[in-house]
Ligand binder design. Structure first.
Ligand SMILES: [Zn+2]
Length: 280
């Protein structure tokens, strides 16, 4: 899916069109040059050798990882806490709620994530954030749909966590929107990139304590009035790259529920799992 699909990508910097009078010979040369450039671009699509999406080691297939990077990713597998998506130490059967979720229930209903936030996952997300990696997008999209199977089955809308305009402009695109669009496309669910907006600028969350994070993003999101019909009465899957304390996910879920969302589930690439959950 095109990155600019409704995600309000940064300002366009179209090259200025300058009309310089040229002789017919020059015009022909220019056309030949342009055709050659087009051909070169097409050819490069075929000859780019497949490499590991994370470490760029040569591979036989596109859109995958080398065995070493695979091993470094700590995939989250069942059993997990039904609310927070944290891996549980053992399976007691049925739906399990961790003590952390029981003590401090999140605003969202359920969270699911692909992997713990460490090692190769950190690299993959960093690449996605700053280099617009098409290959990473496809691989991560596959993983997200797999990790989110439960929450995607009866979902009506996929919504990315929005970036502030400034950050969107600086980074050129919103990585959560990139993976959310991929999830929506693969799962056949409506993609709603404009359903949630930031109402004010927030500080970057890394480096802040759990309480500071919560304060930082409080009331920082809302559903624009014109977008309420996309959300009201719907089961919404909110997509983010990393869930750390859940402060952003909670603030977004609060806004979506205020707009009438029937359910808000979180789907993330990575979950910070420093809390060791116990079964309750
Ligand atoms: Zn690798």
């Amino acid at each position: 899916m095109d990155l600019k699909d409704g995600v309000g990508a940064g300002p366009e910097t179209a090259a200025p069109q300058i009309d310089v009078p040229t002789s017919p010979g020059r015009a022909v040369l220019r056309r030949v040059g342009a055709a050659a450039a087009r051909l070169a671009r097409k050819a490069s699509d075929f000859v780019v050798p497949p490499v590991c999406v994370a470490c760029h080691a040569p591979l036989l297939d596109h859109d995958t990882l080398c065995p070493s990077c695979w091993q470094q990713i700590e995939f989250i597998r069942p059993p997990v806490c039904d609310r927070l998506g944290l891996p549980m130490p053992f399976d007691v059967g049925g739906t399990m709620i961790s003590a952390a979720a029981a003590a401090d229930p999140p605003v969202y209903d359920r969270a699911r994530a692909v992997a713990r936030y460490d090692a190769a996952m950190r690299e993959l997300i960093r690449d996605l954030k700053f280099h617009d990696q098409q290959h990473a997008r496809r691989l991560l999209g596959r993983w997200l749909v797999e990790a989110g199977r439960e929450i995607l089955t009866d979902a009506h809308a996929v919504v990315p966590v929005p970036l502030s305009r400034l950050r969107l402009w600086l980074r050129r695109y919103n990585q959560s929107a990139v993976i959310a669009a991929e999830v929506a496309r693969r799962a056949g669910i409506a993609y709603r990139p404009l359903a949630l907006v930031r109402t004010r600028r927030t500080r970057p969350q890394p480096g802040l304590s759990a309480r500071e994070r919560e304060e930082n993003v409080r009331a920082a999101f809302r559903v624009p009035r014109s977008r309420v019909p996309e959300i009201a009465g719907r089961n919404v899957v909110l997509v983010d790259d990393v869930v750390t304390t859940g402060a952003t996910a909670n603030a977004c879920a609060r806004a979506l529920k205020s707009a009438g969302a029937a359910r808000v589930d979180i789907l993330a690439l990575a979950l910070v799992t420093d809390r060791v959950p116990t079964v309750r």
